[in-house]
Design a protein around this ligand. Sequence first.
Ligand code: AMP
Length: 391
Amino acid sequence: MKKSIKDFDLNNKKVIIRVDFNVPIKDNKILDDNRIISSLKTIKYAIDNNAKIILLSHLGRIKTEEDKLVNDLKVVVKRLSELLNKDVIFVDETRGKVLEDTINNLKPKDIVLVQNTRYEDLDGKLESSNDEELGEYWASFGDIFINDAFATSHRSHASNVGIASNIESGIGFLVLEELDKLKMLDDPKRPYTVILGGAKVSDKIGVIESLSKTCDYILIGGGMAYTFLKSLGYNIGKSLLDNESIDFCDKMLKKYKDKIILPVDSVVSKKFNEDVCIKNNEDFDSNDIALDIGEKTIEKFKEILKSSNTVFWNGPLGYSEYEKYSKGTKDILEFLSKQDKTVIIGGGDTASSAINFGYKNSFTHISTGGGAALELIEGKTLPGIDVIEDK
Ligand code: AMP
């Protein structure tokens, strides 16, 4: 059992909290503040317990100077202040005297947000490669480190593993809840059905292999379904194909032929975002692009889900960012929202779809971490959590 924020006396202590403020931003506006909202419980607990709070987060990827301009955490400070109803100090640096002085002058209940940790990636990927000196330096800011960024816990970075290797550490409420809820899948009430969608098979080979062993059914939709259909010899037209995964799909379909359920029909367009029609697998032309599951597939999936007691879902069933191709994902979300069963949505695009389509509070759990949730379910160790002290 890992230590949590509740196991420390925070009074007057400098507490570094690694949060996940990696929110979508366009034209300097936050499009979705769910990640900020999810971090509030831990931050409020630290305020209530008189901590001096230092927040660290990454935002996007930083490879060029221009990336810095569009991934500036300054936008987040205003929203965080509003949500906490409290001033938050922002330091536009990831190191240096201004930042050090600000931290040394913090009073209990004060909060400082440090600029995007990945600004340190521009010159040598220091954050993302868990540079030892950087981890030690950031650790020197505080007395206690709390990891509350579940979504990056499958990565070993200076702002999680690096800091935790140097000072006392625990997990925050968001990570506690993630571990607690995702643990339900270790011993699921059966039948246990997994829905997998999204773009590429190759990104999910590990998870397909491990879940095939443990679940009763895997319903495959989204772009990845067409590599499976190709391996069965279907003409998939110009649909997404992951060439190097064809053999893997063939192997899985032979091994788990009664468990893996593929689409029988799809919503296709000749050109992306143009006219659509529904076609059975047998009827594709060579220039058809399949962008959503069709009506018969939706019904087939619902039939299996109806008799399931536990459902884990990762990856949209179509190109659901576009209205034309979102029906499969929406219909299955709506159907599951009305069922009395354990439904866990595994982060990333599926989580955004569930929240954006209005199902934020309809399921057992919506994970904040796509990759991290998948790795945990696969049985892998998450370095950002493994490094935390045991109780
Ligand atoms: P992933 O990160 O692997 O879960 O992939 C999510 C992405 O897959 C989203 O951007 C979806 O729009 C995309 N996607 C889902 N279905 C399809 C499809 N049939 N063709 C192309 N892209 C798709």
